[in-house]
Design a protein around this ligand. Structure first.
Ligand SMILES: NC(=O)c1ccc[n+]([C@@H]2O[C@H](COP(=O)([O-])OP(=O)(O)OC[C@H]3O[C@@H](n4cnc5c(N)ncnc54)[C@H](O)[C@@H]3O)[C@@H](O)[C@H]2O)c1
Length: 342
């Protein structure tokens, strides 16, 4: 079993789900359900959060199996960990990641948004590469078992040659709608080359930061020739879903909906023919991909160049929205500090 430590005991670490949930949408639930991980340590600067965690989740783990820490550094110095989940908010990622990347780890599971500037994420990626410690960024909805299967099927020609992928999601470009950016790439590929976007400003930002805008709409060019479209104002179209338009058909798929596949004549194909897997919590799948890598398997999804590409699209969307210009990737301005507080 691989030993996992979690930094930050908020919503995505532990509060979105309870131990009894069959498909928990939180890190500790996924770690607990995974056959290859055990939770051995947690850190949160808030005593209230540590106490709440001990009360809600403590009974779900063997007595005394979890050590509690106030800071990330105390946990990293005291524990031998294979995986660390970084679950603090975006503006704290860079400081925490600098500590985590110094530790002797197998992998890091980092919450989105990866960082608040490209300069920050460049530095994280550099150290990760130098030290051989993969970073996996948590675009959680990616790990829906049905989406993973459909991703493979689309690669194998389910809709013929993919021509366009349309994703639907509003909210902060880096903190929220980035889930849909990843989903567009999940079906279009992870080779974006340019972004043109219109965004609207939302919220304030403390000194040193610019506010995080939300997407109105953007186009993402991919080197493969596929075109991505991100729709921020999507009316009744479902969030965290994509339409994959191909030469031989079209697929609507998403985290919260049953897929709809249409053939070349527009006729709906029976989902029973797709052989889709049953539900499994996305965190369980993600942790099992990470541990498979530690056993010598393939890189987990949303690691290496994949999270870098998604993150690059996010910052280019902001850059294009502010400047009105089409932005070639990699984005030239790497210093814009965005208050990505999701
Ligand atoms: N993948 C998803 O679907 C999803 C959903 C929600 C949030 N998130 C992401 O998860 C991250 C956390 O968001 P949240 O809503 O869970 O936050 P939250 O505010 O609920 O919890 C953050 C916790 O981190 C603790 N903390 C902050 N700095 C710390 C430090 N240096 N050391 C130890 N503890 C520290 C705080 O005390 C708090 O308990 C964000 O990056 C957010 O974007 C992802």
């Amino acid at each position: 079993m691989y030993r996992v430590g979690v930094i930050g005991l908020g919503a995505i670490a532990a509060r979105y789900s309870k131990p009894e949930d069959p498909y928990p949408y939180c890190h500790v639930g996924g770690i607990r359900h995974s056959d290859t991980t055990e939770l051995v340590a947690v850190a949160d600067m808030s005593k209230e959060r540590r106490d709440e965690f001990a009360e809600v989740w403590g009974p779900a783990f063997p007595d005394g199996s979890i050590s509690y820490y106030e800071t990330d550094t105390q946990m990293l110095e005291s524990e031998e960990l294979d995986i660390v989940a970084v679950c603090v908010r975006g503006p704290h990622h860079f400081a925490v990641m600098q500590n985590v990347l110094e530790a002797d780890l197998g992998a890091i599971f980092l919450e989105k948004p990866a960082g608040c500037s490209l300069a920050e994420t460049d530095e994280m990626a550099r150290i990760s590469n130098d030290r051989g410690i993969p970073i996996v960024v948590d675009y959680t909805r990616h790990w829906s078992p049905a989406l993973l299967r459909l991703q493979d099927m689309v690669k194998d020609g389910l809709v013929g040659e993919v021509q366009s992928v349309i994703g639907y999601c509003g909210g902060g470009v880096l903190s929220f709608s980035i889930h849909s950016t990843d989903m567009i790439c999940q079906f279009a590929g992870y080779d974006p080359s340019a972004v043109s976007a219109s965004t609207r400003s939302s919220g304030d930002a403390p000194d040193g930061y610019e506010p995080e805008p939300a997407p109105v709409a953007s186009t993402i060019d991919f080197a493969s020739g596929v075109e991505g479209f991100h729709v921020g104002n999507h009316g009744k179209a479902p969030s965290f879903a994509v339409d994959v338009l191909g030469s031989e058909g079209q697929l609507r798929a998403g985290f919260y909906l049953q897929p709809t596949l249409r053939d070349a004549d527009g006729v709906v194909v029976d989902n029973a023919t797709l052989g889709l897997p049953g539900n499994v919590g996305p965190f369980k799948i993600a942790y099992e991909q990470i541990t498979a890598r530690l056993d010598g398997g393939p890189p987990p999804h949303c690691s290496g160049g994949d999270w870098v590409a998604v993150n690059e699209i996010g910052f280019a969307t902001i850059e294009s929205g502010i400047t009105g210009a089409r932005v070639d990737l990699p984005c030239a301005n790497r210093d814009r500090m965005i208050f990505a507080n999701g």
